[in-house]
Design a protein around this ligand. Structure first.
Ligand code: FMN
Length: 179
């Protein structure tokens, strides 16, 4: 195959999108945003002694010193009020073997029978054997359209290693080094 025909094939494989985001094409916007690969996390918190979790890929680092991270709960979620206002929570970076856990906590908040977990000193349910866990204290929440942007100060990091689960184009996958 010549370099030219290879280039042609690459171009054919990519479907062209060119649009201005509006309420009528949020599916197309979601698809475009979905081309940005992320890791997958589960955010956990408790209310009245009951543990809750939610699968989240909006997690991002914000600041190293102080140690700040963010994530974005959707206002339409039944879990929004709990997770937007909770003082203490934990963000767990999932391992590539934990797709089942990601799917379970996407469907419903109460899945702690399906994993090993314990209570942290701050009264947060923490899931064991994830790649990394960030225990956080809520700093503030900003309006972000149909989501909120919750910023937390990291009070503790627990890292057990492993290979992180990835999420691209609506599918779970694995990271492969490009070098
Ligand atoms: C990979 C993945 C990433 C997600 N990321 C977010 C997120 O960043 N914020 C959010 O509010 N919901 C996110 N969700 C959706 C929630 O996990 C959950 O499905 C949604 O809150 C369901 O609505 P409910 O809380 O009303 O049951 C994600 C789901 C998946 C599978």
């Amino acid at each position: 195959m010549t370099a030219q025909s290879h280039q042609q094939m690459d171009n054919d494989d990519k479907s062209l999108m060119d649009f201005e985001p509006s309420s009528g094409n949020s599916r197309e916007l979601r698809n475009a945003l979905g081309r940005f690969g992320t890791g997958v996390t589960i955010v956990t918190a408790a209310k009245n002694g009951v543990p809750y979790g939610i699968t989240v890929n909006s997690f991002a680092s914000v600041s190293l010193d102080p140690a700040l991270v963010l994530w974005s709960p959707a206002k339409a979620s039944k879990r929004f009020d709990l997770f937007e206002s909770t003082e203490h929570y934990a963000i767990h970076v999932l391992d590539q073997e934990q797709t089942d856990l990601a799917s379970l906590f996407a469907r419903q908040a109460d899945n702690f029978d399906h994993c090993s977990w314990h209570w942290s000193d701050n009264g947060v349910p923490v899931i064991e054997n994830t790649v990394t866990r960030f225990e956080c204290e809520r700093i503030c929440s900003h309006d972000g359209g149909d989501h909120a942007i919750v910023i937390g100060k990291v009070s503790r990091v627990v890292s057990t290693g492993g290979d992180p689960l990835m999420f691209v184009g609506g599918q779970f996958g694995r990271f492969v080094s490009a070098t």
